[in-house]
Write a protein that binds this ligand. Structure first.
Ligand code: ZN
Length: 343
């Protein structure tokens, strides 16, 4: 006889006791047979699915506070735990809707405190899928997705492609930001099969936009390399007389070989530009040169030529998705999505 509806033997330590004062106590059971005490009444106020669940007449409820047992065999305990923590987080810190600038700080937790309090996001696509599936099945998306997104961002262990995908399917975060980060990680090659499948299924319009961005960037970056390697440095391709005379740190390091010096510098410069095209403004390029070139006078000669090569070859459009459009973000989850399992 199946005993799927019996209370489990093991409980998660953080959800091991019945919720105090629960109106509709329930036990959710994960695929690995770990139990979680919850209050369906609280979930029902956020989810019509849980509302429906709570309205199914159950004889046990009349007997007293015997909890309903709700097996959820397609999510493991870390996934269910995370979603319940996300619910608790949102209950404790309801999102601020457009708080006026002058609001007293004591009224709400500081941004830092809110950030610190975010639950720890489990790592890995499989757990992410289980989390999405569980929160979607319980129709808790509006409530949990903003927390899931922020926790993923904080955890740093999900790739820019996965963050882009989450943004595309949930309307959290900034698409353009993650698109640029994908470029830095290698463009097309940085899109994993899961992200690709999720985007194809749920936000297929984003893929051609991404590929168009990769093409714009490839062309612009190739032009930048060409322009910067061909550019003479203030009129002549050589160390300055002054640097040669005093044997500056660069002259010394490269034994007076200007070509070797500039080629080694450009390699570093390209890596920097690839990783942070948004930081190629003149002042930042100068800062980079001062940091990565041992002689200040050599750095000051190189920086303007790099900036002018960049400005001639790369526009903001080349590294930014939809640069014209303000990426207006709603605080709620507009989109329902379908989870793709076959990867
Ligand atoms: Zn020098």
């Amino acid at each position: 006889m199946e005993d799927a509806d019996k209370p489990p033997q093991n409980f998660d330590p953080d959800f091991a006791s019945p919720v105090e004062g629960a109106e509709l106590p329930a036990i959710i059971i994960s695929s690995d047979k770990v139990g979680f005490h919850a209050d369906l009444k609280v979930l029902a106020s956020r989810s019509s699915f849980c509302q429906d669940l709570s309205e199914i007449p159950m004889p046990e409820v009349e007997e007293g506070q015997k909890p309903r047992v709700l097996p959820f065999p397609s999510a493991s305990s870390p996934a269910i735990k995370f979603v319940l923590q996300a619910v608790a987080y949102n209950l404790a810190h309801p999102p601020q809707t457009s708080s006026p600038a002058g609001e007293p700080a004591s009224e709400q937790l500081s941004k830092t405190a809110l950030y610190e309090a975010l639950p720890d996001m489990p790592q890995g696509i499989k757990l992410l899928q289980e989390i999405l599936h569980f929160t979607d099945a319980y129709e808790l998306n509006d409530f949990t997705i903003p927390v899931i997104y922020e926790a993923m961002k904080k955890a740093h262990h999900y790739s820019p492609a996965i963050m882009f995908t989450m943004t595309a399917i949930t309307d959290q975060g900034n698409l353009s930001h993650w698109a640029t980060r994908i470029l830095s990680e290698g463009g097309k090659g940085a899109i994993d099969p899961w992200s690709n499948a999720m985007l194809e299924t749920n936000a297929s319009e984003r893929l051609p936009e991404l590929y168009a961005l990769f093409d714009r960037w490839d062309t612009a970056f190739a032009n930048f390399k060409k322009a910067s390697s061909g550019a003479p440095i203030d009129g002549k391709n050589a160390f300055s007389k002054e640097c040669i005379t005093r044997q500056c740190a660069c002259v010394a390091e490269f034994d007076g070989n200007w070509a070797a010096f500039t080629s080694s510098f450009r390699d570093k410069m390209y890596k920097y530009a690839l990783a942070s095209p948004m930081l190629m403004k003149r002042a930042k390029v100068m800062e980079f040169c001062m940091k990565s070139v041992a002689c200040e006078s050599c750095a000051k000669r190189l920086a303007p030529s790099i900036s002018s090569a960049w400005n001639r070859s790369v526009t903001r459009q080349a590294w930014s998705l939809n640069p014209g459009k303000a990426n207006s973000q709603s605080s709620h989850v507009r989109r329902r999505y379908r989870i793709v399992y076959a990867v």
